[in-house]
Design a protein around this ligand. Structure first.
Ligand code: DQA
Length: 143
């Protein structure tokens, strides 16, 4: 079964962007680690990153037959009804990931348009959060 790892705006800059908040791990490092874990769990992975809201909506729509989605929607988490609606339409289980602890940051990061639809939410575990999300989705989809 296929799991998609989707990243939103500015996550292409992971590893160089505000390293005090987001750490030194790059998105390429994240994808490499996820690929190792996927081999262990016998999952097919596909990766997608975009800085554009509509491109993320298109990608989520394309994923409607996938087994699951690992999603870090970045700032769109806190703003995007369109991404929420795409997730609601597809009904593919997804785990929401945030590298930083959004609850220890500005108040506008405390609300997510996505969390109540998510199968799980992983916050503040750094880049390891992606691996945790993948393992959780694998367990959910094998039930
Ligand atoms: C983020 C948290 C968001 O608030 C922020 O806009 C991001 C990254 C995280 O992974 O911690 O771009 O999703």
């Amino acid at each position: 079964s296929t799991i998609a790892v989707l990243n939103g705006p500015n996550l292409n800059l992971l590893g160089t962007r505000e390293p005090g908040l987001y750490g030194a791990t790059t998105l390429a490092d994240v994808e490499r680690r996820c690929t190792e874990v996927a081999a262990e769990l016998d999952l097919d992975l596909e990766f997608f990153q975009s800085n554009h809201e509509g491109a993320l909506v298109d990608e989520i729509q394309r994923r409607r037959d996938d087994a699951g989605i690992v999603l870090n929607a970045g700032a769109y988490t806190h703003t995007s009804v369109a991404i929420r609606d795409a997730l609601a339409a597809g009904l593919v289980p997804f785990v929401e990931v945030h590298v930083s602890n959004v609850f220890a940051r500005e108040a506008f990061r405390h609300h997510s348009y996505l969390s109540d639809l998510a199968s799980g939410v992983i916050v503040g575990c750094g880049a390891d959060g992606y691996e945790f999300a993948l393992r959780r989705l694998a367990a959910l989809t094998q039930r």
